[in-house]
Design a protein around this ligand. Structure first.
Ligand code: CA
Ligand code: CA
Length: 78
């Protein structure tokens, strides 16, 4: 995401699967996506985009499965 602030440009780096912005995709992110999915705590902006691991414009159970596979080292990248 790019936001223009005055004469400077601010960039937001999105790490796929990292919805809580701690630098890695892990079980905490799965919990956040699950809360989003159940409409208990909605993800927004860059965090919502980070949660859409398979890039199908939805942040849902399919993305949870992908992060879980990554977490269990069944896949090497998201
Ligand atoms: Ca994270
Ligand atoms: Ca998705």
């Amino acid at each position: 995401m790019i936001a223009k602030i005055g004469s400077t440009t601010q960039y937001t780096i999105i790490i796929t699967g990292d919805t809580n912005e701690d630098g890695e995709a892990n079980f905490q992110d799965i919990l956040q996506i699950n809360k989003h999915r159940l409409e208990k705590e909605k993800l927004e902006g860059a965090n919502l985009k980070a949660g859409d691991v398979n890039q199908d414009e939805k942040t849902d159970f399919q993305d949870i499965l992908q992060i879980n596979k990554y977490r269990l080292l069944k896949i090497i990248r998201l």
